[in-house]
Design a binder for this molecule. Structure first.
Ligand code: PLP
Length: 452
């Protein structure tokens, strides 16, 4: 019998993360201070992040050691399994070989604890007592709540008010792990108070919640801020996914022709793809294809512009060169909450700009259709975010059926969808709307991108 799962031993959890910064086709453009318009330095970030993470953010070292205490926590769910999706291959009658790395086995149910644990650890080491963060649908908030509980840190989560009211179970999960969850906008911060005065009935947004979490950390000495995607150190921590997958594929003598995953801020895409892109950037594996998949309702790479923009709505964060839909673009309310960000990680954007990686966008009904096909073949319930990658995989596999090509496809199944059954209900009852790419909204938001 051929293997379905390729499993590694605990002692094969990678000992180093892969840092792509020294291997990029050109140096990453500097992050710019919004006031001075000069590149920011470590001291500008010190109120928000511990020094070790600031160092990792700009490090030119290709390999960064994973502390034993972090590897020890990783053993709670890592190494994660690599599956061969044989049953899906059969259903699709494809000669392609489909492999997926499954990150839904983590306690919070997604890849996000890979960085949450590392961030909580470095903050604990530097004497921080409390972490603040924002969360939309609650995936990042629950990952950080889990991680802070392991290192005896307090955790304050600003949760977008509409999700706080509509998604009570992710909130319960955060409470279970000991976090304090506040609906945002709140009266705990000046940013929140100001927005509530202007618009008492607002349902909140991720951009507003970021502003509150940043202000809370910046105005309290005991607290620092934590972000779940986009930043270089977050992507660095996620490379544990691709490093494991590489070892797993090596064991069975395989190497992918195509790698894909969903792209919200870019961290799980980077996590699975960067360790393989290392080979491509070195000049080996020139034909390796890596494709990031985004929603048609928030098509950052496929329809955005490559420019300096703010990371948040209130224009508090530094300016980052990235593909952006404009910092005050509010995407339509699709069910893949984790993919509704106006920008993307600067490294992912730079690689896209140079044509090293590709990108594509899908509507949510076709995405849920592919996820349903997948679940009926493989059993696992796919998170709506991860389902975007499944759609691309199904399309590629069907293409291979027509051409006879035996492509080896690898994708990251970034999380399970057990908290997303409401979205599946909406799909089954025909209540899901496909939003045409909101060109007017994007055009308006892009007018607000600062001119440097
Ligand atoms: C948050 C999330 C994403 C998107 O975030 P990235 O930073 O792009 O990885 C994708 N899948 C799941 C399951 C998530 O929770």
């Amino acid at each position: 019998m051929e293997e379905t799962k390729i499993i590694l031993d605990e002692n094969e959890i990678p000992k180093r993360w892969y840092n792509i910064l020294p291997d990029l086709p050109e140096p990453l453009p500097p992050v710019i201070h919004p006031g001075t318009k000069e590149p920011i330095g470590p001291q500008d970030l010190a109120p928000l992040f511990p020094m070790e993470l600031i160092k990792q953010e700009v490090s030119q070292d290709r390999w960064i050691k994973i502390p034993d205490d972090i590897r020890d926590v990783y053993t709670l769910w890592r190494p994660s399994p690599l599956y061969r999706a044989r049953r899906l291959e059969k259903v699709l009658k494809t000669p392609a070989k489909i492999y997926f790395k499954y990150e839904g086995v983590s306690p919070a149910g997604s890849h996000k604890p890979n960085t949450a644990v590392a961030q909580a650890y470095y903050n604990m080491k530097e004497g921080v007592d409390r972490l603040t963060t924002e969360t939309g649908a609650g995936q990042w908030g629950s990952a950080l709540s889990f991680a802070t509980s392991l290192f005896d840190l307090a955790c304050t989560v600003y949760m977008v008010k509409i999700s706080y009211e509509q998604k009570p179970y992710r909130r319960s999960l955060m409470n279970l792990w000991g976090a304090e969850v506040t609906p945002s906008p709140s009266t705990r911060t000046n940013a929140g108070k100001k927005i509530l005065e202007e618009n008492p009935d607002t349902t909140g947004s991720l951009g507003i919640a970021i502003s509150e979490a940043v202000e809370d950390a910046a105005t309290h000495d005991d607290a620092k801020y934590s972000l779940g995607s986009v930043l270089n150190h977050v992507l660095l921590h996620q490379t544990v996914i691709g490093l494991e997958a590489k070892k797993q594929l090596e064991k069975i003598g395989e190497y992918p022709d195509l790698i894909t995953s969903s792209c919200g801020g870019g961290s799980n895409f980077a996590g699975i793809a960067f360790p393989f892109l290392y080979d491509k950037l070195k000049g080996d594996k020139k034909d390796l294809q890596a494709i990031a998949v985004e929603p048609m309702a928030c098509p950052t790479l496929t329809k955005g512009i490559y420019a300096y923009d703010f990371g948040d709505t209130a224009m508090l964060t530094p300016l980052i060169k990235m593909y952006t839909l404009g910092h005050d673009f509010v995407p339509p309310g699709i069910h893949a909450g984790g993919l509704r960000y106006h920008g993307d990680a600067p490294t992912v954007c730079l690689l896209y700009h140079h044509g090293v990686i590709g990108a594509t966008a899908y509507h949510q009904n076709e995405v849920f259709e592919a996820a349903t096909t997948f679940s009926r073949a493989e059993g696992i319930v796919v998170a709506p975010e991860a389902a975007h990658a499944v759609k691309l995989v199904v399309d590629e596999a069907v293409k291979c059926r027509k051409t006879g090509e035996e492509k080896t496809i690898l994708f990251n199944l970034s999380g399970h969808g057990h908290f997303d059954m409401g979205a599946y209900d909406a799909y089954f009852s025909g209540a899901l709307e496909d939003y045409e790419y909101p060109a007017d909204l994007v055009k308006k938001a892009l007018e607000k991108v600062p001119k440097l």
